[in-house]
Design a protein around this ligand. Structure first.
Ligand code: NAD
Ligand code: IPM
Ligand code: MN
Length: 361
C-alpha cells in the first residue's frame, strides 16, 4: 500500500485556522480507509516567512516539492505587510505555473440545510462545476508603466492566450461534460468587446468541440453569464472560462449557494508530471482571522478532492472522498454551523463534527 506524501502549506490568516480541520478530517478518512498519508509542513507565507527572508519561499522550493504527491494549501496573503501581487506571484501563482496545473476545477453546489440567498432555489437547482484555465490568459507580468508619476502615466498589461493552453482546457471541459449526465457545456466569452482574444477563444471552442458532437455548447458573454448565475443557476452544468473570468465566476457561484466558505478547488496537472494543488477558493480573510469562526468546509472538501485525484477516482481514495462529502452533507443538514452559514459554531466545532462522522461512517 502506497503512502502519499503531501506538502502542507497553511499560509496566512484563516489558512492557519482551517488547515488543522482539513488535516483532522483527512486523518480520520485515512485511518478509516487504510490510506497512508505523510504530511510535511512548510511555513511559506507572509507571516512570518516573508518577514524573515524577504521572499515567500526558498529559492529551491521547486526541488523541495518536486517529489511530493500533492500540495494541500490554505491561503496566502497578508496585505497589511506584503502587497498582494508580491505574495501571490511569489507563491500560489508560481505553483500553478511551474507545476503546470492548467486546470482549476471549482465545483459549486447548494447543500441541504444551507440557506440560499437566491429566492426559490432548492438543493439540486445549483450543482455545476467551473473549469478555469489556470496558467495563462489575463494573469501575466507582461507590460509595464511609463511616464510614471506624471499626468501622462500609462500602464500596459498584456494578456496571453496560446492555442496549446486554450485547447487543453477546452478539451478537459468537453471530456468532463461527457462524463456527466447533462452533456452540456457553457463557454464563457466576451467576443463582442474583447475583439482579438475572445473571438479566437470561441473559435478554439468550436474546433475542439468538433470531436464532441454529443455535447450541447452554449457560448455566453461573461456579463450575462454572471446575471444568469444569479437568476437561473439551474441552467449550468460545466462552465469553462479563461483565467480571470473563471476567477470571478468561482466566487460568484459559491456566493449563490450561501457562502464562499464552502467552495473547494483542485489545481490539476492531469498528467501527474507535477504535483497538483488543492485549496479553498477563498483567501486568508484578514477581517475574521483570529476569531476562530472561519468555515472549514472549503478546506475539507478540497482535501476530499485531493484524495480522489491521488486515487484516480477509484478504490480506497474514492471511498474516502465519498465519505468526506457525505459527512459534509450531514453536518450542513444538522449543524453545528459557522456564522457565515447562520450558526454560531467555531471552525473547530464544525471540523470536529465532520471528522467524527467520517470516523463513525
Ligand atoms: P477572502 O476570500 O479572503 O475574503 C472575502 C470575504 O469572505 C471576507 O469577508 C471573509 O471574511 C469571507 N470569507 C472568506 N473565507 C471564509 C470562510 N472560510 N468562512 C467564512 N467567511 C469567509 O478574499 P479577500 O478579502 O479579497 O482577500 C484577502 C487576502 O487573501 C488577500 O491577501 C488576497 O490576495 C488573498 N487571497 C488568497 C487566495 C488564495 O491563497 N488562494 C484566494 C483569494 C484571496
Ligand atoms: C483564487 C484567488 C487567486 C486568483 C488570487 C489570490 C491571485 O483569487 O485562487 O481564486 O486570482 O487566482
Ligand atoms: Mn479568486
Amino acid at each position: 500500500n502506497k503512502t502519499y506524501r503531501i506538502a502542507v502549506i497553511a499560509g496566512d490568516g484563516i489558512g492557519k485556522e482551517v488547515m488543522p480541520e482539513g488535516l483532522r478530517v483527512l486523518r480520520a478518512a485515512a485511518g478509516k480507509f487504510g490510506i497512508g498519508l505523510d504530511f510535511q509542513h512548510y511555513d511559506w507565507a507572509c507571516a512570518e516567512y516573508y518577514e524573515r527572508h524577504g521572499a515567500m519561499m526558498p529559492e529551491d522550493w521547486k526541488a523541495q516539492l518536486a517529489g511530493v504527491d500533492a500540495i494541500y494549501f490554505g491561503a496566502v496573503g497578508w496585505p497589511r505587510t506584503v502587497p498582494d501581487h508580491v505574495s501571490l506571484w511569489g507563491s500560489l501563482l508560481q505553483f500553478r505555473r511551474q507545476f503546470d496545473q492548467y486546470i482549476n476545477l471549482r465545483p459549486v453546489r447548494l447543500f441541504e440545510g444551507v440557506r440560499c440567498p437566491l429566492a426559490g432555489k432548492a438543493p439540486g437547482d445549483i450543482d455545476f462545476v467551473v473549469v478555469r484555465e489556470n496558467t495563462e490568459g489575463e494573469y501575466t507580468n507582461l507590460g509595464g508603466r511609463i511616464y510614471a508619476g506624471t499626468e501622462r502615466e500609462i500602464v500596459i498589461q498584456e494578456s496571453v492566450f496560446s492555442r496549446f493552453g486554450a485547447d487543453r482546457v477546452l478539451k478537459f471541459a468537453y471530456e468532463l461534460s461527457r462524463a456527466r449526465a447533462r452533456k452540456q457545456l457553457t463557454v464563457a466569452t466576451k467576443s463582442n468587446g474583447i475583439a482579438l482574444s475572445m473571438p479566437w477563444w470561441d473559435e478554439r471552442a468550436d474546433e475542439v468541440g468538433q470531436s464532441y458532437p454529443d455535447i450541447r455548447v452554449d457560448k455566453q458573454h461573461i456579463d450575462i453569464l454572471c446575471a444568469r448565475f444569479v437568476l437561473q443557476p439551474e441552467r449550468f452544468d460545466v462552465v469553462v472560462a479563461t483565467n480571470l473570468f473563471g476567477d470571478i465566476l468561482s466566487d460568484l457561484g459559491p456566493a449563490c449557494t450561501g457562502t464562499i466558505g464552502l467552495a473547494p478547488s483542485a489545481n490539476l496537472n492531469p498528467e501527474k508530471r507535477f504535483p497538483s494543488l488543492f485549496e479553498p477558493v477563498h483567501g486568508s480573510a484578514p477581517d475574521i482571522y483570529g476569531k476562530g469562526i472561519a468555515n472549514p468546509v472549503a478546506m475539507i472538501w478540497s482535501g476530499a478532492m485531493m484524495l480522489d485525484f491521488l486515487g484516480d477516482g477509484a478504490g480506497a481514495c474514492r471511498a474516502a472522498h465519498d465519505a468526506i462529502v457525505q459527512a459534509i452533507e450531514e453536518a450542513l443538514r444538522s449543524g453545528p454551523l459557522t456564522p457565515d452559514l447562520g450558526g454560531s459554531a467555531t471552525t473547530v466545532e464544525l471540523g470536529q463534527a465532520i471528522a467524527e462522522r467520517v470516523a463513525a461512517g
